[in-house]
Design a protein. Structure first.
Length: 347
């Protein structure tokens, strides 16, 4: 291993050590409780009609509230769930027949909290509850709304998690992982080069095509951002819809689209790889990383983790998008390599 690679590898190991210290020694406070009830509705009367559970927060701070009562397809009523602190002040409230949601970060103080569930068995009961808690109301004459409420019995499983939001921890972890990735790429690039110093730089023709690739990638990103901006403005104006994708995912899609345009154009014009780079090694790397990320993405899809509260999240779909992008680049590069070999054979 060259001296340069040893220095880079030392930096990687140092960052990994610091990240490990943070992961294992920074305390994280997470709290969880559950309620399981058999709810019977007869003549619009629920038994039990209301129940609650307590939860003690041992440290003040920012918390993400994760609420889940989704896996109850037999429920023909709406659950009104509220969280109140020791003084009776409401911290969070929502109504839904089935729900799985992670709320935005909320500041909670140390103390005892009460989670109350009320069973709402009619549109009128839902609207009364909504007005009392400052929530949206529904049209009590809507046939679909009326048809939802029925007599019956359902086993209701409610799960409540209060997860400490450690923004700085995730920021440090993300920066550390990005640095590790950058250092590893330096090692990979050095390994991929064949050692021909005269070929380390792109030639004039390659630089011209790279300039065009950058231009096309820029306009692709510009058009994408314009379309997303128009969709967001329209949504805010008419207030009838909202993009079911979080901002992080929207940003990532724009970045990957522009990278894809640059990479494909450069590859097809022999301007992506340096003359002294080991294309076979890099192609193998692209295929391996692409398959790994795609497999992780498919796992999230099958596990139902790509969306939270009906919103597609960066955590859920990031691996899938990255895998598709890397496999697309690898496929184009492999196709170009095969075409070049056929051309050489014809000559």
């Amino acid at each position: 291993m060259s001296k340069k690679n040893k220095i880079v590898l030392g930096c990687v190991l140092g960052i990994l050590f610091l990240l490990s210290v943070i992961i294992f020694f920074v305390p994280r406070h997470n709290y969880e409780t559950q309620i399981e009830k058999v709810v019977e509705v007869k003549n619009k009367v629920a038994t039990p009609g209301e129940f609650s559970v307590g939860l003690t927060i041992k440290k003040s701070g920012q918390y993400d509230l994760i609420m889940d009562w989704y896996e109850n397809p037999d429920a023909s009523f709406v659950s009104g769930v509220s969280v109140t602190d020791g003084s009776g002040k409401e911290v969070w409230c929502e109504t839904a027949g089935r729900l799985r949601i992670e709320t935005f970060s909320k500041k909670l103080t140390k103390g005892r909290y009460k989670i109350t569930v009320e069973i709402l068995t009619s549109p009128e009961a839902l609207n009364i509850y909504a007005k009392e808690h400052g929530l949206r109301t529904t049209d009590p004459l809507d046939p679909d709304v009326v048809a939802f409420y029925k007599d019956g019995t359902a086993v209701m499983k409610y799960s409540f998690r209060f997860k400490e939001n450690q923004y700085m921890f995730y920021l440090v972890a993300m920066v550390s992982l990005m640095l590790i990735g950058a250092f590893l790429m330096v090692i990979i690039v050095n390994v991929a080069r064949k050692g021909d110093q005269d070929g380390e730089k792109y030639d004039e023709r390659q630089l011209i095509y790279q300039g065009r690739a950058y231009k096309y990638a820029f306009f692709t990103l510009l058009i994408y951002v314009g379309l997303i901006l128009a969709a967001l403005i329209a949504g805010e104006t008419v207030r009838t819809y909202k993009l079911p994708v979080d901002n992080s995912t929207l940003i990532m899609v724009g970045m990957l689209l522009s990278i894809l345009v640059f990479a494909i154009y450069s590859i097809l014009n022999d301007a992506y790889f340096r003359l002294n780079e080991n294309k076979k090694f890099l192609l193998g790397l692209f295929w391996t990383l692409g398959i790994i990320n795609l497999a992780l993405g498919i796992f999230h899809v099958l596990n139902g983790d790509i969306a939270t509260g009906g919103i597609i999240t960066f955590e859920g779909v990031g691996s899938f998008l990255l895998g598709v992008t890397m496999l697309a680049v690898a496929s184009v590069a492999t196709y170009k390599r095969i075409q070049d070999k056929r051309g050489d054979e014809d000559d």
